[in-house]
Design a binder for this molecule. Sequence first.
Ligand code: CMC
Length: 431
Amino acid sequence: MAESRNEVTIVDHRSGQEQKLAIDKGAIRAVELGKLKDPQTGQGLLTYDPALLNTAACKSAITYIDGDQGILMYRGYPIEQLAEQSHFMEVAYLLLEGELPSQTQLQAWENEVTYHTMIHENVKKFMDGFLYDAHPMGILVSTTAALSTFYKDAKKIDDAPSRHLQKVRLIGKMITMAGYSYRHSMGLHYILPDNELSYAGNLLNMMYRMAEPKYTPNPVLEKALDLLFVLHADHEQNASTNVMRCVGSSRIDPFTATSAAAATLYGPLHGGANEAVLVMLKEIGTKDKIPAFLKSVVAGEGKLMGFGHRVYKNYDPRAKIIKKVAHEVFQVTGKNPLLDIALELERIALEDEYFVKRKLYPNVDFYSGLIYQAMGFPVEMFPVLFAIGRTVGWLAQWEEMLLDPEQKIARPRQIYTGAGKRDYVPLKKRG
Ligand code: CMC
């Protein structure tokens, strides 16, 4: 039997050159491959990995996913335990600081975030400029970027206290910008944050308070919303987090980087999927239309939104938790009539060879929209709710990237497939 060593040997048959590559934590360093040169051009060997399917772009100690087993952990704590026993502010502290807070640390952290929920009056005016039917996610993306013009000290990314302040500001103001974007779309006046409410309760306050002097959130709905923030808080190197790191690597301020990450989340293949699921369920309309709908999906005419995942090849553990909470929410709000369609759709899809063969299971977005809708959120607000939770993860990953001495400005390579050198033809000589 061959001796077991943590290295791989590659023979480049163009030159006969042999290269030993060390394997560290299951990976080889792509730059090492560059030592294998094309004998003709001298160009080093590249790896080609569109959509980064098999490339680890960083080392991270924040979130662990085992996609085959359906395991998700934040800083080593299983998501099921955090969902059951923790809450969003504590999870935010955990993700950002690496450890669960003490009672005093938690209190201080919650106070800090609560007292940074206010936004500058000019930010409100900025938001006023959007059309009444502007998508709230578009408003959130733009307003988050605009914050960088209000907090010029955010540029001091090498200064730890400044980084901390910007993180607190962003997390605090996310719910206010979200609440205002909703009120704007409804043509309602903005509601100020209420410092006595929880993070989730405060968002509900800024969305739904009418003439009552004090808004009291329904405790079941407040808890469910808080839980949804916990479940969305981080998910290692997904598309938006990758953008957060990539944009942040240019050493721009965190507001601008978060805006870019939120823009990525907006897409229907990412955080916009929860909105797309509701649209899909509505279009299906009744249970008897499900088989025909799935037939069209299998025929390649569209996707079953809320199903499938790049990493999970098993049931998404977040979807399992959400499915359970949905029943608690529906006891308060009444059942979302689309739930029966969703349950039946899941049942039939999980028995269908197409989905079984491809290991396509419900993901976090399949059931979250049903809860949001039952709670009275318009579908356009769904990705905004996702972004509120994920802001914490983006910021944790951003700071980890900044403090990692191995990181530099992200700059992938390409394989050029265009024209060879040719001479410019003046306009009048072109056919
Ligand atoms: N419905 C039907 N077919 C699907 C689906 C789906 N939802 N997802 C994947 N497939 C098929 C896909 O067509 C491909 O088939 P084939 O091998 O015959 O070409 C196979 O399954 C593998 O899929 P893929 O597109 O190579 O997988 P991916 O890792 O590139 O995409 C995904 C992952 C999440 C973008 C994709 O599953 C998808 O578009 N799902 C629907 C949108 C969605 O629910 N997104 C939310 C993701 S979870 C939350 C988040 O990240 O924001």
